[in-house]
Each structure stands twice: as C-alpha cells, then as structure tokens.
Design a protein around this ligand. Structure first.
Ligand code: NAD
Ligand code: UDP
Length: 313
C-alpha cells in the first residue's frame, strides 16, 4: 500500500510510519512540526519507501501519484499542547481533516481518523463502550480538543455517507512510550522525567482520578489491524487495565528508585475522573488485545527518557 500519514513526525505517527514500512508499505509522512519533530523519523530518511513532506494540512494537502490510505494523526494531543495551540487544534480537526478527506476522496483511498477517548469527556458510563455518546463541556478548557475530535468524527462519517469514502475511526486511549516529548506535560512523561531528575512527582488533585495506559507498540498494532479490516468503527484501542495517578506514581517511583516523593498541585478544570476502554469490539472484530502490561511498558520507556535527558544536558 501507499499510505499518507499526516502527523507522521509525532509520537504515535512516527511509530506508525515504522510499522507500515516494516511490513513493506510505502509511506508519505506529512507534518508541520507544531508538536512533533523531524528527529522522530530521521532514521527513515533515505529509505526508498519513505518520503517526508513539511506541510500544514490546514493550508493544503496534495500528494502526487496513487494513494491507498490517508491516515490522519495530525493534531496537538497533550493538554499542555492544545492549551498552547487552541485555534490550531480546532483548525486541524476541522479544516485539516476536511483537506485529508478530500485527498482520500480524490484518490479513492481509505481514510483513517485518529480520534480519542476524549470524545467521551468526563464519562458517566464506565468503562466506555463505543455506543456511549459522552459527557463533554463544549466551552470548557479542554473543549478545543474534545470538540475538534467530535467534529472530525462527524465529518468523517459525512464523507462516508454522502460521498462513499471508505473510512475508519479509532478512539485512542492514553498511550505512552519512546518518542514522547519529555516536556509534553502528559502524566507518564512528567512522572518519569521528574523521577529521573530527582524532583517530586506532581500529582494533580488527590491523585484518585484514573487512566488506562497502552504501550505504543500495542496501540500501533491496533491501528494497522483496523486499517486492514472491513470495519468502519469507531473502535476503541486502549489497554483496559485502569490505574489511579497515585498508583502510577508508585510504579514510576519503584522502577526509577526515586526518593524525592510526591507533591500535590491543583487539578486542571474538566479533568476526567475516570477512563477505561471497553475493548469488546476490537477483540471481536480485529482480534486485537494489548500484550504489554504497564510495568513492562514503563521499563522500556524509562531508558528512552534517560537518554533524552542526557542528550539535552
Ligand atoms: P503528537 O503531538 O506527538 O503528534 C501529532 C503530530 O501532528 C505532530 O507531529 C504535529 O506536528 C502534527 N501536526 C499537528 N497539526 C498539524 C498540521 N496542521 N499539519 C501537519 N501536521 C500537524 O501527538 P500523538 O500523541 O502522537 O498523537 C497523535 C494523534 O493521536 C493525535 O491526533 C491525537 O489526538 C491522537 N491521540 C493520541 C493519544 C495519546 O495518548 N498519545 C490519545 C488519544 C488520541
Ligand atoms: N496528571 C498528574 N500529574 C501530572 C500530569 C498529569 O497528576 O504531572 C494527571 C492529569 O490531571 C490527568 C491524568 O494525570 O488526570 C492524565 O493526564 P494526561 O495529561 O497524561 O492525559 P489526559 O488528561 O489527556 O488523559
């Protein structure tokens, strides 16, 4: 297949480029580096099956030649990033997604939308099945991201229903692993970087809120399974094992040997209290389930952050 990966120089996108190239696909990576970095795909430069295009998909997205799939991972994704780029986040979810849907339509390609568990907001149903419509504050501090993704899903389904574009929507739950930016503000990167620097781990609120963390290799395997399937989705891809932030901190402390303790900071507004994917559909239709438990995934991730910090110092 010849696959356009928008946002391919980001954390998840770069691992997706690797997975596609490893199985023999040709990849055209499109990114404007607003939150990603060319270094994430530097090892692919010069590979016969890899092209890197610097392009803001909100402005335009055209690619020469045949295209079999257009995969849309382009969007700021960490709360720190979408707070910093609220308008850009809404633009890429709306205009950027539309530009990619037009490209998929022109090329008769499959369109793959990277959506998020954030479409469930602060969920009142737990765990979250795809049938749950969500509980989102449309004017809250996270609304630029949540509503952009909800709009992306709606636009994707509109192109599917009105123009017959073959589409796939994945709802991604918190994913971690190498190539996360050390300063992206997400909980896994914050805790590991703080522990490695000998700083106290910052627990927002009482730390009783939960998330379910998926290691990047499992997540990307799910994307490829959905791409290859006959499913439209949306389909949740995430690891259903749920942890409080205090439990996560305890594991990071244990794995790093940190002695600096914990410090509590205010909980950001609209921070979801709980999140856990129901993965019945992924298991049934994609034969997918995560295989890497949190401790094992963190053990692979900590050395990456240690190298990054050493490189930066
Ligand atoms: P990331 O910030 O590392 O990657 C996003 C990439 O998109 C970056 O390289 C960025 O430069 C690029 N981008 C943003 N706007 C663009 C534009 N207008 N034109 C071209 N490129 C643009 O984030 P990530 O964690 O890799 O997330 C990738 C996708 O997965 C995002 O769409 C995100 O919403 C979704 N997602 C991620 C998670 C997670 O836990 N990592 C969870 C849910 C959903
Ligand atoms: N969080 C925390 N300390 C940090 C960063 C985040 O306690 O240093 C909390 C945050 O309030 C949220 C959870 O960890 O409840 C996950 O945050 P993240 O930004 O990683 O992802 P999201 O909120 O988008 O799920």
């Amino acid at each position: 297949m010849r696959v356009v990966v928008a946002g391919g120089a980001g954390f998840l996108g770069s691992h997706l480029c690797d997975a596609l190239i490893d199985r023999g696909d040709e990849v055209v990576c499109v990114d404007n580096y607003i939150t990603g970095r060319a270094a994430n795909v530097a090892h692919l430069i010069g590979h016969d099956s890899f092209t890197l295009i610097e392009q803001d998909i909100v402005v335009a997205c055209d690619v020469d030649g045949d295209v079999d799939a257009v995969m849309n991972l382009a969007s700021p994704a960490s709360p720190k990033d979408y707070y910093a780029f609220p308008i850009e986040t809404l633009d890429v979810g709306s205009i950027g997604t539309r530009n990619l849907l037009e490209l998929a339509d022109r090329k008769s390609a499959t369109f793959f939308m990277a959506s998020t568990s954030e479409v469930y907001g602060d969920p009142l149903v737990h765990p979250q099945p795809e049938t749950y419509w969500g509980h989102v504050n449309s004017i809250g501090h996270r609304s630029m991201y949540d509503e952009a993704k909800r709009f992306s899903e709606a636009l994707t389904m509109a192109y599917h229903r009105s123009k017959g574009v073959d589409v796939k929507i994945v709802r991604i739950f918190n994913t971690y692993g190498p190539r996360m930016q050390p300063d992206d503000g997400r909980v896994v990167s914050n805790f590991i970087v703080q522990a490695l620097r000998g700083e106290a781990l910052t627990i927002y609120g009482d730390g009783q809120q939960t998330r379910s963390f998926c290691y990047v290799a499992d997540e990307v395997r799910g994307f490829v399974a959905l791409l290859d399937s006959d499913q439209t989705g949306p389909i949740n891809i995430g690891n259903p094992v749920e942890f409080t932030m205090l439990e996560l901190a305890e594991i990071v402390v244990e794995l790093t040997g940190s002695t600096a303790g914990l410090v509590h900071e205010p909980l950001p507004s609209d921070d979801p209290k709980q999140r856990q994917p129901d993965i019945t559909l992924a298991t049934r239709h994609l034969d997918w389930a995560p295989t890497i438990a949190l401790r094992a995934g963190l053990a692979k991730t900590i050395p990456y952050f240690a190298d990054e910090l050493a490189r930066q110092s």
